[in-house]
Design a protein around this ligand. Structure first.
Ligand SMILES: O=C(O)C1=C[C@@H](OP(=O)(O)O)[C@@H](O)[C@H](O)C1
Ligand SMILES: C=C(OP(=O)(O)O)C(=O)O
Length: 425
């Protein structure tokens, strides 16, 4: 795809598509609940469509209209042995969370994903699940897909997460919900808490005591209505676009503002961005409006507890940092190496092709600011977020950007180019 924007300004108002993490979980809880769940503003990205497809193969009736997804749950026992392989596509969230569900169901299932999923570590989930009695086999001792799950009765656990990962936490929560008695999950650093919030929304209970999440097994859930807020991880691309393009001001309505996800807002503030954030609803998931204008940015340091709160936004923050005054240093972000691609390497390599002064480190990157970017040929490497970073970069390049494999963007943001063209003046 050729991108030739001639350094435009951005203006206007959009609502980004539904949050990916919440969309996945709404299908999962809807399937496990008894009765009907109606989901509005669901993300129809490829990853969430993979989740729908897997639950249909497990015997759950799911209807799709333009406005709503309707899940007809029949409780935990409503899931049936699938007669074909569950294909999780490109989605780590689908693969890992479903392992926690399937480990405790009384049937056999097989899971496979795409080439990227086949490289991503699954032992971070299969090891704690095995300690609860799960029987999961896979390539390289259960480290990689394809995985075969023989569902069994599970025991409770007290598990301290070795990595800050909401996917691992959520998989263990789904397993703990099926065990008899109380399980404790200890989280050294807070990660997104959509699973915990959704347990309550579907009529269950979960206790949080500092870094301990306490789950009572044997809970059942009741179908409900879910509104999925806009995905702040998708909004991030246009926040960066408006901050770095000249004479710009854009408004992003109904964006999710869950505290465990708003690290990017903290970074924008640290960098001195011209931005306002207004909360419009605080029931369940917080929602609000973000307004962002062309900004004079300064470099910053991003590390520690902030990392899990903006993990998927780091590639686009790297682009933002190329336009700031001074250096930006990102540390403690090794997790980027096990995403759809090694995102430290892909973002550094691709931004360099456009003239950015950026260097990979063991656990992050160093970006020197005020780079003048030029055109060039780049690739998403099949990673949706890298594809969107390069498309946003093309707004400020002197010359055309040729983006290979832009189709990957449909994984999390099918309307991305439509929204981009709408905002470009
Ligand atoms: O739980 C989730 O929905 C997600 C958790 C994060 O992954 P990790 O748990 O691997 O950090 C994030 O990168 C991913 O996009 C979605
Ligand atoms: C890492 C991501 O997703 P997942 O782990 O679900 O593939 C992402 O969306 O950036």
């Amino acid at each position: 795809m050729k991108l030739n924007f001639k350094q435009p300004s951005l203006g206007g108002k959009i609502e980004v598509p539904g949050d990916k993490s919440i969309s996945h979980r709404s299908i999962m809880f809807g399937a496990l609940a008894e009765g009907k769940t109606v989901i509005r503003h669901f993300l129809k990205g490829e990853d969430c469509l993979s989740t729908i497809d897997c639950f249909r193969k497990l015997g759950v009736k799911i209807e799709e209209t333009d406005e709503e997804i309707i899940v007809h749950g029949a409780g935990w026992d409503g899931l049936k042995e699938p007669s074909s392989i569950l294909d999780t596509g490109n989605s780590g969230t689908t693969t890992r969370l479903m392992l926690g569900i399937l480990a405790g169901r009384p049937f056999h299932s097989v899971m496979i994903g795409d080439e990227s999923i086949a490289r991503r570590p699954m032992d971070r989930v299969t090891v704690p699940l095995a300690s609860m009695g799960a029987d999961i086999a896979g390539r390289d001792n259960g480290r990689f897909t394809p995985l075969s799950i023989r569902g069994r009765k599970l025991q409770t656990t007290e598990y301290k997460l070795p990595v800050a990962s909401a996917q691992v936490k959520s998989a263990v929560i789904f397993a703990a919900l099926q065990a008899e008695g109380e399980s404790v999950i200890i989280e050294p650093e807070a990660t997104r808490d959509h699973t915990e919030k959704m347990i309550e929304q579907f009529g269950g209970t979960v206790r949080r005591e500092e870094d301990r999440i306490i789950i009572q097994g044997g809970q059942s859930f009741k179908g409900t209505d879910v509104y999925v807020p806009g995905d702040i991880s998708s909004a991030a691309f246009f926040m960066v676009a408006a901050a770095i393009a000249p004479n710009s001001e854009i408004v992003l309505e109904n964006t999710g503002l869950n505290e465990t996800r708003t690290g990017i807002i903290d970074v924008f503030k640290q960098m001195g961005a011209d931005m306002t954030v207004e909360k419009t609803s605080s029931e369940g998931e917080e929602i609000g409006t973000i307004t962002i204008r062309t900004s004079n940015l300064k470099g910053t340091e991003i590390s520690g507890a902030l990392i899990p709160r903006l993990i998927d936004e780091i590639p686009v923050i790297a682009l933002l940092a190329t336009q700031a005054e001074g250096d930006t240093i990102i540390r403690d972000a090794e997790e980027l190496k096990v995403k759809e691609t090694n995102r430290i390497d892909t973002v550094v390599d691709e931004l360099k092709k456009l003239g950015a002064d950026i260097e990979a480190t063991d656990d992050g990157m160093i970006i020197r600011g005020k780079s003048k970017l030029h055109g060039g040929s780049v690739s998403s490497h099949g990673d949706h977020r890298i594809g969107m970073v390069m498309a946003i970069a093309s707004l400020i390049t002197d010359g055309e950007v040729e983006l290979d494999d832009h189709e990957a963007i449909a994984v999390s943001y099918p309307e991305f180019f439509e929204h981009l063209n709408q905002l470009v003046k």
